[in-house]
Design a protein around this ligand. Structure first.
Ligand SMILES: [Zn+2]
Length: 133
């Protein structure tokens, strides 16, 4: 996927507008990572960098200090969909469903449809791009 200059600017602005407690290094990894805190799942913290990288802190329960970086479309989309609930501006970066897209099978599964669990297949978008054959 193409991470745009616009996306970078939105992320930088959101980070710049964070209240000071969000920048407190004893409470978040925002300053260390230079990334926006999107949310916490179980024990891991999820961040989005202005360059479009997803950084997960403590994904491995046994290594809470280790950062894992993802840049694949599914992980980035999940963070945008999740993050747009907390930072509505991120919603601008969620791609519009293209003509010919099909509903993802997750939409028929309540736990996904309600947004309690984010689907990796569609990146929580709820649709899949038409397959190119
Ligand atoms: Zn799905």
């Amino acid at each position: 996927m193409v991470w745009s200059r616009r996306a970078e600017q939105i992320l930088l602005r959101l980070i710049g507008e964070l209240p000071s407690e969000q920048l407190d290094p004893t409470r978040t990894h925002t300053v260390r990572l230079g990334a926006l805190h999107i949310g916490t799942s179980m024990w891991a913290d999820y961040y989005l960098r202005p360059n479009g990288d997803v950084v997960v802190v403590g994904e491995d329960y046994d290594h809470p200090e280790v950062d894992t970086v993802y840049s694949d479309r599914s992980n980035v989309m999940k963070l945008l969909v999740w993050g747009s609930k907390r930072y509505p501006k991120l919603g601008e970066l969620i791609p519009v469903r293209p003509p010919g897209a099909v509903d993802c099978p997750c939409r028929a599964i309540p736990i996904f449809a309600e947004g309690k669990v984010l689907c990796s297949k569609c990146g929580a978008l709820g649709w899949l791009a038409p397959t190119v054959t």
